[in-house]
Design a protein around this ligand. Structure first.
Ligand SMILES: [Cu+2]
Length: 146
């Protein structure tokens, strides 16, 4: 009986690992609608344990967190190099391209369902004074948190 339970537990754990999905977010100098310096998509909802491959169009872009549920979710990718990040904590992670932050090159990553975006919203409200462009697009992305 114990063996059976262990076996079932293993199956469930393996299924959990297999079901983690890979997503792609592009870091673009020119977005598909002509907007300069954007993440595409700029809002993405994923499941806990999923990965996002951040793919820069050229060496001028990177991705780094500036609002996280806890420090465990902090990350920074190198310039110009596609990098996979695993999101293992539920909540909202706000991501910026460091050199283009002021141009509004920002993405919203929601990890999990039924997330309270209060911390991300407050962090965005503090950060947006330093952002000159694209604010409406980020406001819209933040408003999608659910
Ligand atoms: Cu950039």
């Amino acid at each position: 009986m114990l063996k059976m339970k262990v076996f079932i537990l293993c199956l469930l754990l393996c299924a959990g690992i297999v079901s983690a999905k890979d997503h792609t977010v592009q870091l673009l100098t020119q977005g598909s609608n002509g907007t300069m310096m954007v993440f595409e998509p700029n809002y993405i909802k994923i499941a806990q344990g999923d990965t996002i491959n951040f793919v820069p169009s050229d060496p001028s872009h990177n991705a780094e967190s500036f609002s996280v549920p806890s420090e465990e979710s902090s990350f920074q990718t190198p310039y110009g190099k596609a990098t996979k990040i695993t999101f293992s904590e539920e909540g909202v992670v706000l991501v910026k391209c460091l050199p283009h932050f002021a141009l509004g090159m920002i993405a919203v990553v929601q990890v999990g369902d039924n997330i309270d975006g209060a911390k991300a919203k407050a962090d965005w409200d503090k950060a947006k004074v330093a952002v000159a462009m694209n604010k409406e697009a980020i406001d819209k992305a933040i408003s999608k948190i659910n």
